[in-house]
Design a protein around this ligand. Structure first.
Ligand code: SF4
Ligand code: MG
Length: 324
């Protein structure tokens, strides 16, 4: 099967003081082997929550999860913490926005990557040789010397290269990258994206890229899922969606894209804000911002409509011609 990860009707609710917060509602999508699938949406739309739930890394205690997280045919939600520990890093790698949170300040970056390699029962000398090669793979400037640097001696971009090298050292089939370039300037961001594309080509690593940057998605993704207020409102092939966006929210995002440059756009440029969903009210979550909202949009949940192929859209108008 070409399917690597499949989310089926994933919902995540947090119990809070005034009831609960519906952080993720009925998200379904598939990531195929070796592809880059980008989940794009404003901050607070639930995209990081989805990523953390896959790794079973939610804070724990006050969330209720329903649905399935199927990785290579197995529902990760049925795995014990011990089984998850074996999967994290080895089968699914993860990198975050701020590498300093994941690096230990008192050890050199080379020794930290070599520790990761030795988890797979590789001896010290062999591990060290691999570290230098990995640092070259991620195009670390002066790789031979940088292995001996401490995290604080490196720039943000170099630290993110270390994280990618550390992740790569265990050769996972899936990399989850949560806003990996958000803290970096545009030039460095482009370099990191190039490295990620290279990984996909050289190691056939599938990447789930979580981002609020729609322009970046156009550069790198094979397929995308657009999230709004905890729901995936549209998903499919990146060219198909850029050519034929169906959901009114996706269309608004497209209009905000600068035509001449693919430079970063921030989704916050759209008026209004993502609602905080604290009661299970039926109706479309985008209705209060939607220029096409109908009476029933406020009353009943819109259906998920198959546009064509693997292109899906959650909207009453999907598949109809009236808004075109
Ligand atoms: Fe707009 Fe209605 Fe579609 Fe929601 S279901 S996006 S309110 S047209
Ligand atoms: Mg986030």
């Amino acid at each position: 099967s070409k399917e690597l990860l499949k989310l089926e009707h994933l919902s995540i609710d947090y119990r809070v003081k005034d009831g609960y917060l519906s952080a993720v509602n009925d998200v379904s999508c598939t990531i195929n082997k070796g592809e880059i699938f980008a989940i794009v949406g404003e901050s607070g739309c639930g995209k990081s929550t989805v990523a953390h739930s896959i790794m079973n890394l939610l804070p724990g205690g006050n969330e209720e999860i329903t649905g399935k997280i199927i990785f290579k045919g197995k529902d990760l939600r049925t795995c014990s913490e011990k089984q998850m520990e074996a999967i994290r890093g080895k089968e699914i790698g993860m990198i975050f926005q701020n590498p300093l949170d994941s690096l230990n300040p008192v050890y050199t970056v080379g020794s930290q990557v070599s520790e990761a390699i030795m988890l797979d029962k590789v001896d010290k000398r062999e591990a060290w040789n691999r570290v230098v090669n990995l640092f070259r793979d991620v195009k670390m400037p002066d790789a031979d010397e940088r292995v001996n640097s401490f995290p604080h001696e490196l720039s943000g971009g170099m630290r993110q290269r270390v994280m990618i090298a550390m992740m790569l050292s265990r050769n996972p089939e899936l990399l989850i990258a949560d806003e990996p370039t958000t803290a970096l300037d545009v030039t460095i961001e482009a370099q990191i994206l190039d490295i990620m594309k290279g990984l996909k080509e050289k190691y056939n690593t599938a990447i789930m890229l979580i981002t609020h940057n729609f322009g970046l998605v156009a550069e790198i993704a094979d397929r995308i899922g657009v999230m709004y207020a905890g729901e995936m409102v549209e998903s499919g092939d990146v060219f198909e969606i850029f050519e034929n966006p169906v959901h009114p929210y996706t269309r608004l995002l497209m209009q905000a894209l600068p035509r001449k440059t693919k430079a970063e756009i921030r989704l916050q440029t759209i008026d209004g804000s993502v609602p905080r969903i604290t009661e299970k009210k039926p109706g479309c979550r985008f209705a209060n911002r939607c220029p096409y909202a109908l009476e029933k949009c406020f009353q009943e949940d819109p259906p998920v409509v198959n546009i064509q192929g693997d292109h899906f859209c959650r909207c009453y108008l999907a598949g109809k011609d009236e808004k075109k």
